[in-house]
Design a protein around this ligand. Structure first.
Ligand code: PHE
Length: 378
């Protein structure tokens, strides 16, 4: 018998179809539950992605060692977005369409979470941002959640702290092309109105290297303190150039300062920043997390590590409660998260998909932080 093209095609279809069905959309495959992760593993915010990844790895090891979820092991597929919005969009698409992730963890920088979040929203796959604080990240979204506080609250905490220190004249230096920086700066200025005055209001862009023109104008305005709601690489350069110009007043910032590099910069000595946690908090959840993280990675965890750990654990808890790896069922279970004992505080996901948690104000001294203040959740 001669095999015609038609028969061949029919045969091929029989062989190929079952393979094509093996990865059901959102269903993962075999004995693994596929969870996607995206973050800046390289680039100027590399420690954001790397630390988050370590926190997620620790949580995943722990859940898998305890027998996994729904009789399966959790498999994390992590992708580097190089800190770029465009890359964030393409890696999240790949995680959902090609890897069939049932849920997505990420990002740290709000601008990138906004980009990746659009993709998750469209695909109806839940995303949990560990640490993006700009309010817009979850606003109007059905499938995007976060396990941290938002910047209206963080900025109020910063402004109140500055005022409690007795500083009346503040200069603000904002990264104009960052949703995070713009949000914090706007909320801060609004809040600070009732406490004192903004004597200088300057901007820079993410890729700038020279901040001296802005810093010269800031110095001329004689502020008591400078508020810089930026990310650590720029903040360190800003601090160096400020000190070179003889601008010696304390600088204050938000969680974006958090990186070992900031703590080690001598120019940051005596500065303050608000954060999600401190490794010195005596709470049992903090101390157990710090111990397990140090045993695995041999260093002290930063805020991205702790929020990455919490985001993963909140997701695993939701999958367990959902009793299913259907992304919509998982999303519904995430929305029901109540009083989850996170290492970065107790997590209840509210109707706006945010968590209300305390802020710790940290002081940088001698390459380390100490807790300068704690602000309870609203
Ligand atoms: N909150 C920052 C943002 O939304 C990201 C960040 C979180 C940076 C935690 C450092 C530590 O962009």
């Amino acid at each position: 018998m001669q095999i015609t093209a038609k028969t061949l095609l029919a045969l091929l279809l029989i062989v190929v179809t079952p393979l094509g069905c093996k990865h059901k959309p959102g269903g993962g495959s075999g004995n693994d539950i596929i969870v996607g992760e995206y973050g800046s593993m390289t680039g100027t915010e590399a420690t954001f992605g790397q630390s988050t990844d370590e926190g997620i790895q620790l949580a995943t090891d722990q859940v898998n060692q305890a027998g996994g979820l729904l009789g399966k092991q959790v498999k994390i597929i992590a992708r580097d977005d190089q800190g770029s919005q465009d890359q964030a969009v393409s890696v999240v698409k790949e995680l959902i369409n090609r890897e069939h992730a049932v849920a997505i963890l990420g990002e740290v920088a709000s601008t990138n979470s906004l980009a990746g979040g659009q993709v998750c929203e469209k695909a109806k796959v839940p995303m949990i941002s560990p640490s993006s604080t700009n309010p817009k990240v979850t606003q109007g979204k059905q499938f995007v959640y976060r396990v941290c506080f938002t910047d209206d609250f963080q900025a109020k905490g910063d402004a109140d702290f500055v005022s409690r220190r007795g500083w009346k004249n503040v200069a603000v230096l904002t990264a104009a092309d960052s949703d995070y920086s713009n949000g914090l700066a706007t909320f801060f200025k609004e809040e600070f109105k009732s406490h004192g005055s903004v004597v200088a209001d300057e901007e820079y862009r993410k890729d700038d290297r020279d901040f001296k023109p802005q810093l010269t104008r800031i110095k001329a305005a004689s502020p008591d303190v400078v508020y810089v709601p930026g990310y650590y690489t720029q903040v360190i350069n800003i601090l160096k150039q400020a000190r070179e110009l003889g601008l010696t007043v304390p600088f204050v910032g938000g969680d974006g300062w958090d990186s070992e590099a900031t703590l080690k910069a001598p120019q940051a000595d005596g500065c303050f920043f608000s954060n999600h946690y401190s490794p010195d908090e005596p709470r049992l959840e903090v101390q157990e997390f710090v111990k397990a993280y140090r045993a695995k990675f041999n260093k002290i965890p930063d805020a991205m590590a702790v929020t990455g750990y919490d985001a993963a654990r909140v997701l695993f808890d939701a999958i367990k409660r959902a009793g299913s790896i259907d992304p919509i069922a998982i999303s519904d279970a995430i929305a029901q998260t109540k009083n989850f004992p996170g290492a970065s505080g107790t997590i209840t996901v509210d109707a706006q998909h945010n968590a209300r948690k305390p802020i710790v104000m940290l002081e940088i001294r001698g390459g380390k932080t100490t807790i300068a203040d704690t602000i309870p959740p609203q």
